[in-house]
Design a protein around this ligand. Structure first.
Ligand SMILES: C[S@@+](CC[C@H](N)C(=O)[O-])C[C@H]1O[C@@H](n2cnc3c(N)ncnc32)[C@H](O)[C@@H]1O
Length: 342
């Protein structure tokens, strides 16, 4: 079956990368049919339909997922919609919503919602419910194509607002936005029940997201204040199963391997570097992490653009397998790198 996703427009490459990472983590078979600004279409096996809502819930850069029922042209849309067995999909109340993405046709969204709504009503006799429909029929007008489908999931972003860094009990400048923290966790391919380590945990932003998706949370920081603050923040977010301790990231005392690492080390501007130059700190931390992360584990790291990650990795087995650039302001671009040992 074909599914379509409506990604966030905030970043050009992260939405697709995040979907790919989560589908890999779940060992899904999939292939991208279309990836463009505002729309991602993917072919997945039919049997995944039931479990999809639970899987896509963890995505931070996707707004909505729907199953494609009709894939047609603007001209043929109403004819094809009239032939479709809507009674298989709409049993109770429903609403039709239309979204235009780069569509040059003169189809009017409101008008189309009414026309498609009318077709479904005549076929099923079901009631229109615009406020809280049992089934939402999503229609996307894209280029010269039209996709119509039933919504599988509307991904809630409530938590990203409720748990924003300044709303947590412990706040410190430099905390990462929860949406990016979640994405970084996802990019490691970590699964529910697996362990994720952040050795520069700061206020715990990354660990909160790892805890919410059900990963086993391990974190450390050089600063006691951060260790205490991270624990407070995790508990505030309902995460109780964690291991948080004070440690220098260059000499971590862990003996058990961890499944994944996601981290945002100090950039040498606002966050403390413990007196060391960033490059040396990064190099030594990577050497320490190589001993702890499981052989095929992924490490997702945020660095400032002026730090040469390839220089950091020299002499280690890690290599960069993926990178995304996020422009923060005029003088800072954050680079999100995914590293793996070869
Ligand atoms: C950029 S902050 C992390 C922010 C975090 N992602 C958040 O959302 O709050 C970097 C952290 O690294 C810690 N740190 C600096 N040098 C360290 C070292 N050698 N080992 C471990 N932690 C260190 C600092 O105390 C600081 O809390």
């Amino acid at each position: 079956m074909e599914i379509a996703m409506i990604p966030s427009l905030e970043h050009p490459t992260l939405p697709r990368a995040e979907v790919e990472a989560v589908f890999h983590a779940e060992k899904y078979k999939y292939s991208f049919k279309k990836v463009k600004k505002g729309l991602i279409v993917i072919e997945v096996p039919n049997r995944l339909f039931q479990e999809l809502p639970n899987t896509v819930r963890r995505l931070s850069f996707t707004h909505e997922v729907f199953r494609v029922l009709l894939h047609t042209s603007s001209e043929k849309l109403l004819e094809k919609a009239a032939e479709y067995p809507w009674e298989d999909v709409v049993q109770r109340d429903y609403a039709v919503r239309v979204r235009k993405i780069d569509n040059k046709s003169d189809l009017n969204s409101l008008d189309l919602e009414k026309k498609l709504g009318g077709i479904i009503k005549r076929r099923t006799g079901a009631r229109v419910n615009l406020k809280n429909p049992h089934v939402l029929i999503r229609t996307v007008l894209n280029d010269d194509q039209v996709l119509v489908g039933d919504r599988v999931s509307k991904i809630s972003k409530k938590h990203f607002f409720e748990f924003k860094p300044h709303k947590r009990p412990f706040f410190y400048p430099g905390s990462m936005h929860p949406k990016l923290a979640r994405c970084m966790v996802n990019l490691t391919h970590v699964k529910r029940g697996e362990s994720l380590l952040d050795p520069f945990c700061g206020t715990g932003g990354i660990l909160i997201e790892a805890g919410i998706i059900g990963a086993q949370v391990i974190g450390s920081d050089l600063d006691y204040k951060m260790v205490k603050g991270t624990k407070e923040n995790l508990l505030h977010c309902g995460i109780t199963d964690f291991k948080i301790f004070r440690s220098d990231a260059r000499s971590l005392p862990l003996t058990e391997p961890v499944d994944a690492v996601a981290t945002d080390p100090p950039y040498g501007i606002s966050a403390s570097t413990g007196g060391e130059k960033s490059l040396d700190l990064y190099k030594q931390s990577i050497v320490s992490l190589a001993k702890i992360i499981k052989e095929d584990g992924r490490l997702c790291m945020a660095t400032p653009h002026y730090l040469d990650i390839h220089e950091v990795l020299k002499g280690t087995n890690f290599e960069v397998i993926e990178q995304h650039h996020i422009r923060m302001h005029k003088s800072l671009t954050r680079v999100i790198s995914i590293l793996k040992q070869v």
